[in-house]
Design a protein around this ligand. Structure first.
Ligand code: PMT
Length: 327
């Protein structure tokens, strides 16, 4: 595309983005989100903490409501395991983490707990009240202590979302709040984000009635926010997006295209069925194939992904620092 074409495409994207945000219902808890973010950043920007790196991990799928008083919605597949496990490894590596997650999906430190922890992990007896049942005692102790330590210590901030409107508005707030951290900020965009949505003003207010025959509904494309995240919201942050495909033959080609098109620093390519076993980290100059070791009990692919990212992000920060001191 020539320069004129690129300019036109950028203008069209700007219009789509403006129209998305203008038409989005305002965040209900915007003051709380903004206050939590402010506190988190203030708490971590003094003393030794000021040099620490901060990652925003997005996790889980966004929904697209079909009615304003929502009864039905379109969902995007993601259990949230990738984001939750990655959060644990980022915290272990010394990062401060903003965990932007879909309500009801996997949480950090909870992978060893059953699906209904309250019902399955605990028992109540009149003699001793609530107790942890075996064999969950160690898992519950670990989950509670790690989670409480991270939240109480101010190293983990959890921000929930459900709809695509909430997700993108909060991501925007996080990105602009982290701008002052420059290259120390990292975005790890593992959430499965809707590609199509119903604009708020053209959405039915009440429950759509099923008696009127087939449903005819027009969905508008959700503007890809990756390029605007890179160019405007957080221009010096290190940005990693994911590419999910079900056809492995097109996976790397699509990941490479996303890397170039959205100017990502890294795209993590994963195939739906093997996503917990292996991924490829695609960067400008190399593809790194990462696998979990099935012979090692409890080994997770996220551990290896985060090890590579920590190294790449460090190099990125050092290079930018050197460039600034040369200029
Ligand atoms: O949660 P798990 O069950 O553990 O599964 C993890 C995962 C498979 C969901 C995760 O590893 C993953 O691949 N997440 C991204 C899924 C996705 O939305 O892929 P995509 O190819 O549709 O989008 C690529 C990138 O563009 C994503 O980083 C997304 O944040 C971004 N995007 C997508 C749509 C949109 N309108 N705007 C965006 O910015």
């Amino acid at each position: 595309m020539d320069v004129h074409g690129q300019q036109k495409a950028q203008e069209a994207l700007d219009v789509e983005i403006k129209s998305f945000f203008d038409s989005a219902p305002p965040l209900r808890n915007i003051e709380n989100v903004s206050e939590d973010l402010k506190k988190f950043i203030e708490m971590n920007s003094s003393g030794t903490r000021s040099a620490r790196k901060v990652v925003c991990v997005t996790s889980g799928g966004t929904t697209v409501p079909l009615e304003q008083r929502c009864v039905r919605y379109i969902d995007n597949f993601s259990s949230g395991h990738r984001g939750a496990a990655s959060t644990e490894y980022f915290l272990k590596a010394g990062y401060l983490v903003i965990f932007l997650y879909r309500k009801g999906t996997c949480q950090p430190y909870c992978s060893l707990l059953p699906d209904y922890p309250f019902l399955e992990c605990f028992e109540f007896t009149h003699e001793s009240g609530i107790q942890v049942r075996q064999p969950y005692s160690e898992a519950v102790k670990w989950a509670i202590s790690e989670h409480h330590a991270a939240v109480a210590d101010g190293t983990l901030l959890k921000l929930p979302f459900t709809t695509i409107f909430e997700y993108l508005q909060i991501l925007h707030m996080v990105a602009t709040s982290l701008r002052s951290l420059g290259p120390n900020a990292l975005f790890y965009l593992a959430a499965a984000v809707s590609d199509f949505y119903v604009p708020w003003e053209s959405m039915a207010e009440h429950k759509i009635q099923s008696g009127s025959g087939p449903l005819d509904m027009r969905l508008v494309q959700v503007p890809k926010m990756l390029s605007v995240l890179r160019s405007e919201w957080a221009p010096t942050a290190y940005c990693i997006s994911f590419k999910l495909e079900t056809d492995v033959k097109i996976l790397l080609e699509k990941a490479n295209a996303a890397l170039k098109k959205y100017k990502m620093h890294m795209v993590i390519a994963n195939e739906l069925l093997t996503r917990k076993e292996e991924v490829t980290l695609v960067t400008d100059n190399e593809n790194i194939h990462v696998r979990r070791d099935p012979k090692q009990v409890g080994d997770e692919v996220e551990k290896h992904i985060i090890e590579h990212i920590v190294e790449k992000h460090s190099t990125y920060v050092d290079n930018l620092d050197q460039k600034v001191s040369r200029d």
